[in-house]
Design a protein around this ligand. Sequence first.
Ligand code: SF4
Length: 99
Amino acid sequence: MKRDRLKELASDERFISGIYNYCDRWCERCPQTSRCLNFALSEEEFADPGTRDIKNEAFWRKLSEVLSDTLQLLKEAAKEHGIDLEALEIDQSQEEEKQ
Ligand code: SF4
């Protein structure tokens, strides 16, 4: 997925922010599919049946692509907010060493 498309969908006001954090992921039975960003993304990104089959290489390629895009978006958001992710990782590992 293009990151611009993801940003476009994420800013769409028809979606309820974070609704997918409080569900059982049983989308087939969910009355909120039209208000769920996760559902919309899944429909777009995993439309090809091969990308929904865990035994298919297309699934793993698509998942890798989605995770890579997500990481890139996180880095961009952190930079926009003045957060140095590298420094956070170092601080956390130092804290773990102390413990
Ligand atoms: S559509 Fe699926 S992911 Fe979204 S809230 Fe419903 S069950 Fe959860």
